[in-house]
Design a protein around this ligand. Structure first.
Ligand SMILES: Cc1cc2nc3c(=O)[nH]c(=O)nc-3n(C[C@H](O)[C@H](O)[C@H](O)COP(=O)(O)OP(=O)(O)OC[C@H]3O[C@@H](n4cnc5c(N)ncnc54)[C@H](O)[C@@H]3O)c2cc1C
Ligand SMILES: NC(=O)c1ccc[n+]([C@@H]2O[C@H](COP(=O)([O-])OP(=O)(O)OC[C@H]3O[C@@H](n4cnc5c(N)ncnc54)[C@H](OP(=O)(O)O)[C@@H]3O)[C@@H](O)[C@H]2O)c1
Length: 537
């Protein structure tokens, strides 16, 4: 059998004797292969944003340290060990969740740099890192003379937007959009609840592109707010002055403060109130994270009902209610003045009480048609359609990961893009969880979608995931890559994204005769040239 090596997977550029670790060598080989990309087939030049993001996210950007902690599957303790002895900005970066998800308004590396430079004072912006990241950053920030604030101030976003910042393009300067509708995408019988959500943007003054994400400021569930008010024995209409503002208790709890999880500062406040030494010690340990899992604000208050912090102290101890991001699932060219999202509703039970994901249940149940919502467009960090519409695209998006690909396909249909498009979609059950089935069939019929491969994980038979379908059709996938296809992955960051990447490496080993190291270098090359892009959360 003769094997032709596509030029993008050319032999490693650096000799094995080069003074780099295997990870550094693999990354650099990929980088140079991508840069040289000898024939450049199907490789679109990076946009300035893509280039900047690539450099931000790449290990070589700050220092030649390989950033081995930049892996979202590693636990924080391991990441910190890998960053030991590095300069403060690198250790701060290692404390982040490594998803480069954009929720903080930066990527991990630039957020860390901004904190270390003092340009950013808020230590609690890394949503996927949660309290662990916040605690580690607090500790690291002690090395700075003028330590940044442990928690962000309770800015009612928009009220204090810097003048130069255009409204609607950052979490600090949201714009108003109008909620239009929700439609459940699963059948009644499904174990999941996922909604197609639409907003009217005609008065928001923002524009977006397929690949961008949509930030929304949610409200907390009314019943939860009422329960906290009842527990405190204070009417929700009671004015409370805190953080330099006066608002009703209901307003603070509904619109301004996060009610889950219970922050360290709340346990510290309860520890101050406690008279019993044992209880004080236990609460102090909880403020350090010990035994505090599963507590939201109500659960923490109910667990210590005899401790009654004053309402203004309570408000000051709570974290601000942060916005949530959703991948946009529409193309503006197919839906002028509108945007749509694909939102999985988060609900789970702890002890007797059902807990509600704040933003997903806001979108899935509480917000009503015609309600104004504070929103912003989060421009994509290197996640977008290729410049050349003739370039083939391979999209891998199980579950809500399908969202940006619906936007891509709508866009390619409107713009009559000539390139082939292959979608791998998977979910639990074909009968109940085949999102946008009719639309996908229409995209196929009209030529915008060339090939659709589906994987149902909970139908009869063995559990099948998108990466199983990729492996089954590995020879064709390798051919598409030879033709210069761009690969996109969207959805779960914790396991799926890495498993899909492994499947792709296996395909290069099986169908292009590469060894594991050169397959990984080939994928690094695809990443470096903008041909392998991920939007994972
Ligand atoms: C760039 C980006 C794009 C995204 N795109 C999408 C998208 O297209 N669609 C989509 O649905 N989501 C998307 N997300 C995720 C989304 O932003 C929210 O994180 C998600 O909707 C949950 O938010 P929430 O406010 O409803 O839940 P939260 O109030 O934030 O609650 C979620 C938290 O609850 C806890 N929790 C959840 N389940 C359990 C459980 N069973 N047991 C114990 N604790 C639990 C976990 O701590 C979890 O972090 C995206 C995220 C990013 C960063
Ligand atoms: N507890 C939570 O906080 C919670 C709950 C649900 C979703 N999420 C997150 O919310 C996001 C949206 O979830 P979603 O509704 O889009 O769907 P999802 O829960 O990510 O599931 C979509 C499909 O992916 C499958 N899957 C699971 N592990 C996989 C893997 N390693 N590789 C490939 N496919 C895999 C699932 O199968 P099986 O489920 O049958 O294994 C299912 O068929 C994801 O980030 C998810 O992690 C969080």
């Amino acid at each position: 059998m003769s094997i032709t090596m596509p030029t993008a997977f050319a032999a490693p550029v650096l000799p094995d004797s080069a003074p780099f670790s295997p990870e550094q060598r693999s990354w650099l080989n990929g980088f140079f292969a991508g840069l040289l990309s000898l024939d450049g087939a199907g490789v679109a030049a990076l946009t300035p944003a893509e280039g900047a993001s690539l450099l931000q996210g790449s290990p070589a950007a700050e220092e030649d340290d390989g950033a081995p902690w930049h892996d979202q599957t590693l636990p924080i303790a391991e990441r910190m060990t890998l960053a030991e002895g590095k300069p403060l900005p690198r250790r701060m970066m290692a404390a982040m969740a490594q998803q480069d998800c954009g929720q903080c308004g930066y990527v991990c590396e630039t957020y860390a740099k901004a904190l270390a430079d003092g340009a950013e004072k808020r230590l609690n912006l890394c949503a996927p890192g949660g309290k662990d990241t916040n605690r580690m950053l607090k500790k690291l920030a002690e090395e700075l003379g003028d330590a940044p604030a442990a928690t962000a101030p309770a800015v009612l976003a928009g009220a204090e937007a810097p003048a130069e910042e255009p409204r609607g393009y950052s979490r600090d300067a949201p714009a108003p959009a109008v909620f239009l509708s929700r439609r459940r995408l699963n059948a009644e019988s499904s174990a999941k609840e996922t909604h197609h959500i639409e907003f009217d943007l005609s008065r928001a003054g923002v524009s977006y592109e397929p690949g961008d994400a949509f930030g929304i400021y949610p409200n907390n569930p009314v019943a939860l707010v009422k329960s906290i008010g009842r527990h405190l024995g204070i009417p929700l209409s009671e004015p409370i002055s805190a953080e330099g503002q006066t608002r009703s208790l209901g307003d603070w709890l509904t619109h301004v403060k996060a009610l889950s999880p219970a922050p360290d500062a709340l346990f510290a406040l309860l520890a101050l109130e406690a008279a019993d030494a044992g209880e004080k010690a236990r609460l102090s340990r909880m403020a350090e994270g010990e035994g505090a899992d599963g507590y939201d604000v109500l659960a923490a208050l109910l667990a210590f009902p005899h401790l009654a912090p004053s309402p203004y102290r309570l408000i000051e101890a709570l974290d601000p209610l942060a916005p949530r991001l959703y991948s946009i699932s529409s193309s503006p060219r197919a839906n002028p003045g509108r945007v749509s999202l694909t939102v999985d509703v988060v609900r789970y039970q702890v002890d007797e009480r059902v807990r509600f994901g704040v933003a997903s249940t806001f979108l899935g149940a509480r917000v009503r048609e015609g309600d104004p919502v504070r929103i912003y467009i989060q421009k994509a960090h290197a996640f977008g359609l290729p410049k050349d519409p003739a370039t083939p695209i391979i999209m891998v998006g199980p579950g809500t990961g399908i969202a940006p690909f619906r936007a891509f396909l709508q866009d390619r249909l409107v713009t009559r893009a000539k390139g082939d498009a292959w979608l791998f979609f998977g979910h639990q059950r074909e009968a109940s969880d085949f999102f946008y089935r009719e639309e996908l069939e229409e995209f196929q019929a009209k030529g915008a979608l060339t090939r659709l491969s589906t994987a149902w994980s909970r139908d009869a038979g063995p559990k099948t995931y998108v990466q199983d379908r990729m492996r089954e059709q590995g020879a064709d996938l390798a051919d598409w890559l030879d033709r210069g296809a761009h690969v996109y992955i969207c959805g779960d960051a914790s396991r799926m994204a890495k498993d899909v990447e492994t499947a792709l490496a296996d395909i290069l080993v099986d169908h292009r005769g590469q060894d594991e190291a050169s397959a990984r270098a080939a994928i690094a090359a695809l990443k470096a040239s903008g041909r392998y892009q991920a939007d994972v959360y």
